[in-house]
Write a protein that binds this ligand. Structure first.
Ligand SMILES: [Cu+2]
Length: 150
């Protein structure tokens, strides 16, 4: 019968402790659940990044025309080991044969066509996606995109 003589305040105190403990454990369980979901990176979990070939062109006051070809976006960010499906649509320029520096990856982007490049890097660093025919200013470039792997 000793338990029944607990004061009301004491009971409230224990109830409050119980609520706090319950909340904490619920929070940890939910958080653990989030992490589990986050770590479920299966073979199908491939991120898609879209890129286009673009062209800037302008006419100088003396009538001279200038142009520059670009990959757009010019910089993309990847996580180390992340699988990415890089989809490049040829908008401006007839053909852009390209390679990715430091890899064996190469291909060609043609006007009106989509070129899909599967990429995955195991080493951190910045990899340049270079168009062979517009690689510097003299050839209406530089048509270089930066793939930054963190
Ligand atoms: Cu090009």
């Amino acid at each position: 019968m000793k338990f029944l003589v607990l004061k009301k305040e004491t009971l409230l105190f224990f109830v409050a402790i119980g609520v706090v403990l319950f909340s904490l454990s619920a929070w940890f369980i939910l958080k653990a659940g989030d992490l589990t979901v986050f770590n479920q990176q299966g073979a199908e979990d491939i991120r898609e990044i879209h890129m286009v070939t673009a062209e800037f062109s302008t006419k100088m006051k003396n009538g001279k025309e200038m142009e520059a070809y670009r990959w757009d976006p010019g910089t993309i960010l990847l996580e180390k080991g992340e699988k990415v499906r890089l989809s490049i649509n040829g908008i401006n320029g007839e053909e852009h044969p390209f390679y990715i520096e430091g890899t064996k990856i190469k291909g060609i982007v043609k006007k009106g066509e989509e070129t899909v490049v599967p990429i995955q890097f195991e080493k951190k660093g910045t990899y340049r996606l270079i168009c062979e025919v517009h690689s510097d200013r003299k050839t209406n470039g530089p048509m270089i995109a930066y793939i930054v792997v963190n």
